[in-house]
Design a protein around this ligand. Sequence first.
Ligand SMILES: [Zn+2]
Length: 221
Amino acid sequence: MDKIIEGIRRFRRDTYPQLKPLYDDLVKSGQKPHALVIGCSDSRIAFETLTGCGPGELFIVRNAGNIIPQYGKYMGGVTASIEFAIERLPIRDVIVCGHTYCGAMAALLRPESAEDMPAVQKWISFARQAKRRIGKEHTAVFDNHLREAVAENVKLQLEHLRTYPCIQKGMNAGSIRLHGWVYEIENGDVVSYDEGGNRWLSLTEPEEPKRDVSGRYRPVE
Ligand SMILES: [Zn+2]
């Protein structure tokens, strides 16, 4: 805790004064984020650091495995947060962001590792279809299999997102765009799902696609 409290002291002393006009404006006119991010709770992902965004710019919903239960099938905090963001905030882009080395996806592939966590088991059941789609482990390298599960899960959760009436409304009106991302912890890159080409493209090296058309990643380096 010492580190965290010291961080807050430093924030209030050094950072907050610089951001005061921004916070004043955010208090006065309310938040107006244009992006909704649904990401994993994993501590290794810092969305503001990753995107260079500041206060008021990202509306973020996080949970184990960046899972979005189908609308109506499970109404909880994730459902409510997404619905609020779409109905009340000027959201234009919705990003579902998974990440490499995801513990939730590892538990999906190896259920025995989550035997003592019934809530985790129940929660990741909303990703079960992703496991079915990638099929059996076809490689001796678990990390590669895990990468496939991470990618397939992002695609699946985008499908679940489309079951939301507010998302359907926004997409029909052309006011909302959906994005599927995977953050690669090991190299700092983010790959984005290209639905038309069924492939993953680097957001930082757009001129040089490194993923094949099957949607699989380059091998672990
Ligand atoms: Zn994760």
